[in-house]
Design a protein around this ligand. Structure first.
Ligand SMILES: Cc1ncc(COP(=O)(O)O)c(C=O)c1O
Length: 387
């Protein structure tokens, strides 16, 4: 059988409002080509065809350490950062190193669907904690921790997408971050901060990261080039204590296969070194902001008043809550008849029934006319079903 190349399940000719990856017209293909040519001109490409250093490409590590220290005043040393094959790889490595089957991990309700998938792959017991319009509710987390402690149990980590969360687009405010760090110290769990949307922000500065607020203590922070450069490069980074980074670098995964993707890491390093990434980022933020504005205006015009939705200040996603009369699975079925696909809420919860009235839309992937047109169709279907 010859398999078609369908990025993340996108069906040709459809309107994939679910697709949470960059629109192809936003990929800096010419810039990456220039980086490749510069590497070739510079000579010494043979080493890129060999296994790489376990911690990852040294130039890229240096670039990221310098940038993060400059922009966020983090005080990172080289030993605190390693290159990984995307944030996904980091989540999997963290499960591998920090957990055993049956351990408890905490997540938000809702949380990033594919991270839940990885936790299930590792046979972890996932407990999800309710959110409100500002993100996870700290009192609920404390209640959960007390209940676990009463059974002699403690979670291994809390997994959080702190900025422009997938799927809601919500950014967790600083006081809640500080309160969660206090809980992590009292109950002895790590914080896994999956910060892949950090650089897709449309306005003011973000709250300090968990890593910054905790002075790096017991926090593992993930970053990625997937949203700001290209997911196909499979490039990201992990920040943690020097001891933890050394643990990952010495793992069987890396001693056997070497560091992450030496070939694309060298291209990424050259792209960043030349200043192209910063220029691209400035442009990209404007592009995504325009898409967010178009999506929100289309929702305002198309949806009946009983539908509520988030207004994200960055990232890729808008989270919708439907009126009780509209079942999301039925809506998905009707949308499919119109060649329209969105992400139903069920997949983002530990208990799928909790997502029965929610859905996630992404404004990152579609051409502008499809984005507007897709939301108009969705609005019409919701009106018909709630009438
Ligand atoms: C929260 C979150 N983490 C990780 C990823 C995947 O990142 P990467 O391509 O770096 O593995 C995504 C992509 O949708 C995401 O939304």
């Amino acid at each position: 059988m010859i398999l078609e190349n369908r990025p993340q399940g996108v069906v040709a000719g459809s309107i994939p409002l679910f697709a949470g990856h960059p629109s192809h017209e936003l990929l800096p293909i010419a810039g990456v080509q220039r980086a490749v040519e510069a590497i070739w001109r510079g000579g010494g490409v043979t080493r890129l065809f060999d296994y790489g250093d376990e911690q990852g490409n040294a130039q890229l590590i240096e670039f990221l350490v310098e940038r993060l220290n400059r922009v966020e005043s983090l005080g990172l040393r080289r030993e605190n950062l390693m290159i990984i094959g995307g944030s996904t790889c980091g989540v999997d490595m963290i499960c591998d190193q920090l957990t055993r089957a049956g351990d408890v991990v905490l997540v938000d309700a809702p949380s990033y669907r594919d991270a839940l998938h990885i936790f299930r792959d590792h046979h972890l017991e996932i407990r999800d904690i309710d959110i409100d319009e500002s993100g996870v509710m700290v009192e609920e987390m404390e209640r959960m921790l007390r209940a676990l402690a009463a059974q002699g149990r403690a979670p291994k980590f809390y997994y959080v997408v702190p900025n422009f969360q997938n799927p809601t687009g919500i950014t967790l405010p600083e006081p809640r971050r500080r309160a969660i760090i206090k809980l992590s110290r009292r109950y002895g769990f790590a914080i896994v901060e999956d910060d892949v949307y950090n650089d897709i922000r449309f306005g003011d500065d973000l709250p300090p990261s968990f890593y910054a607020l905790a002075d790096g203590e017991n926090v593992l922070r993930l970053g990625s080039f997937s949203k700001t450069l290209a997911p196909g490069l499979r490039m990201g980074w992990l920040i943690a204590s020097a001891g933890r980074v050394a643990g990952f670098v010495g793992s069987g995964l890396l001693t056997m296969g070497g560091g992450a993707n030496p070939f694309t890491a060298a291209i990424t390093a050259e792209y960043c070194r030349s200043g192209a990434w910063e220029t691209h980022l400035q442009w990209l933020r404007g592009q995504y902001q325009q898409r967010r504005d178009i999506a929100l205006a289309a929702l305002d015009a198309a949806m009946p008043a009983e539908v509520s939705f988030t207004r994200p200040a960055g990232g890729y996603f808008i989270w919708l809550r439907l009126p009780p009369s509209v079942r999301v699975d039925e809506l998905a079925e009707r949308a499919k008849q119109e060649n329209l696909y969105f992400a139903p809420g069920a997949g983002f919860f530990v208990n799928p029934a909790d997502g029965a009235r929610h859905l996630r839309l992404s404004f990152s992937f579609l051409p502008l006319t499809d984005l507007r047109g897709g939301i108009e169709i969705l609005g019409r279907l919701v009106r018909e079903m709630s009438a």
